[in-house]
Design a protein around this ligand. Structure first.
Ligand code: ASP
Ligand code: MG
Length: 459
């Protein structure tokens, strides 16, 4: 079996649901299990309902009515088979009735508990999945809606529930696998689970990817596909570099680094279970199914020739990314050279102020760090001044070249420096086991620096 996961923007309207149904239809022979997010902005709208209720403001019922309306329209457009339409309508009506009941109860109580929040947030996926199942069934595919609470077992950390891998595997094997063996296509909502006490839980925003990954691992799927609205993972942000190209493959560590360093289409934690289980993972574009997307692998393929001039699997550079609105803090020890305890004193200040440091480089009497711009900067500066001479540079950006084989490849640094020869580089890091080379430049230079790097490294 394979697992195909479709994000909210891939099912945002009738045309999108139709396109996705066609994509699934073409893959029926591979016995797909379909995991789907709430349509479009539905989860955001549910959050808005909860925020209004929490603030004691009116308007929650109006948003619920809008959600009801848009889903009823979607059913009418994509579930063309009369019997299937009836089935989908019933599911949607039940969810909307539940939503309205919860809204009035919370209005009466004047209280929104974490448990109620999750019950409300689950409504989106509990509607999108039956609609997609109905759309598939209308095309003659034997698709069945599966209630996510029957499969995804979690703890009761509402809003960020953690999957119980053992129980989820058991339930997946009991519920999903038999359906596949009968030639059916199970369609399940992502993001939603159930705690041991029987309460509805959610896995945190964007959690449908985790659902897909955990199910793929549980059923030992042959492949896992994340269908999004971009051509996989690109060599740079296409808004900055129009000629950025999709990568054929990257490693899990590269995907992780890209997320930490400012971009990333996938949250690494969500794909980890599947990658660790050795399941081939691919990010694909539901709006351009002909494009192969990007594969995410556990390791670099061995025996590849390493070449700094490329972005494909096995090449040194995977992608270029950046973080804007950063701050560079330069610290010079005011003590004698060689005095011990300088690092400790400095980092105690960061710790006390709960400021997280991104990049760091040190020499005997100097420490340089980068961090996200924060309103605690003045306080940080004041407290650090007790230990060091402090020099703060605001409005900088950190540009990172990411690639797992950077340290093992000769010549990359030459390419990077040559690309940046006209820029003022304020700081540069590349740790020993590091999969990135990161440079700090003035924020106004970030885009030009990325374009120049891309030109040099990907042509
Ligand atoms: N619908 C949820 C969200 O928007 C979960 C997901 O889409 O992955 O956060
Ligand atoms: Mg979403």
């Amino acid at each position: 079996m394979i697992v195909m996961k479709f994000g909210g923007s891939s099912v945002k309207n009738a045309e999108a649901v139709d396109r996705v149904s066609g994509i699934i239809q073409a893959r029926v022979a591979q016995r797909p299990v379909v995991v789907v997010s709430a349509t479009g902005d539905t989860t955001d709208e549910l959050v808005e309902i909860l925020d209004l209720l929490e603030a004691g403001q009116p308007g929650a019922a109006d948003i619920a009515a809008r959600i009801a309306q848009s889903h009823a329209e979607l059913v009418a457009e994509v579930v063309t088979d009369a019997q299937e339409q009836e089935k989908a309508r019933e599911k949607i009506s039940a969810e909307i009735a539940r939503l309205n009941d919860m809204i009035s109860a919370m209005e009466r109580l004047g209280d929104v508990s974490m448990r109620s929040r999750d019950a409300v947030l689950s409504v989106g996926e509990r509607m999108s999945a039956p609609i997609l199942a109905g759309s598939l069934a209308s095309r003659g595919i034997d698709a069945v809606y599966v209630d996510p609470s029957d499969v995804m077992a979690t703890d009761d950390a509402y809003g960020a529930a953690v999957p119980d891998m053992g129980l989820t595997e058991q339930q997946s094997l009991a519920v999903i696998v038999p359906l596949g063996e009968q030639g059916k296509v199970p369609v399940i909502g992502g993001y939603v689970g159930r705690s041991a006490k029987g309460a509805i839980t959610t896995l945190g925003r964007g959690g449908s990817d985790l659902t897909a990954s955990v199910i793929a691992k549980s059923i030992a799927a042959e492949a896992l596909e994340f269908w999004k609205d971009v051509d996989g993972i690109l060599s740079a942000d296409p808004r900055i570099v129009p000629e950025a190209k999709p990568l054929a493959a990257i490693t899990f560590r590269e995907a992780q680094e890209l997320t930490f360093l400012g971009s990333g289409v996938l949250h690494p934690a969500s794909i980890q279970p599947a990658v660790e289980a050795g399941i081939p993972v691919r990010v694909r574009n539901s709006y351009r199914p002909e494009s192969p997307g990007t594969e995410i692998r556990k390791f670099k393929p061995s025996g590849m020739i390493i070449d700094a001039n490329g972005g494909e699997a096995g090449k040194a550079v995977a992608s270029i990314t950046c973080k804007r609105r950063q701050v560079l803090v330069n610290l010079y020890s005011t003590r004698m050279i060689g005095a011990s305890g300088f690092l400790r004193r400095v980092f105690e200040v960061f710790d006390r102020l709960k400021i997280s440091v991104d990049h760091i480089a040190t020499s005997e009497v100097n420490i340089t760090v980068t961090l996200k711009d924060t309103d605690k900067l003045a306080q940080l500066q004041a407290e650090l001044t007790e230990t060091a001479k402090v020099d703060v540079v605001r409005d900088v950006g950190v540009v990172s070249v990411v690639g797992e084989l950077l340290s093992a490849t000769s010549g990359v640094a030459a390419h990077i420096f040559s690309a940046l020869k006209d820029f003022n580089i304020l700081f540069i890091t590349h740790g020993g086991a590091s999969t990135n080379v990161s440079m700090v430049v003035r924020d106004r230079d970030v885009e030009a620096a990325i374009r120049s790097l891309h030109q040099q490294l990907f042509h």
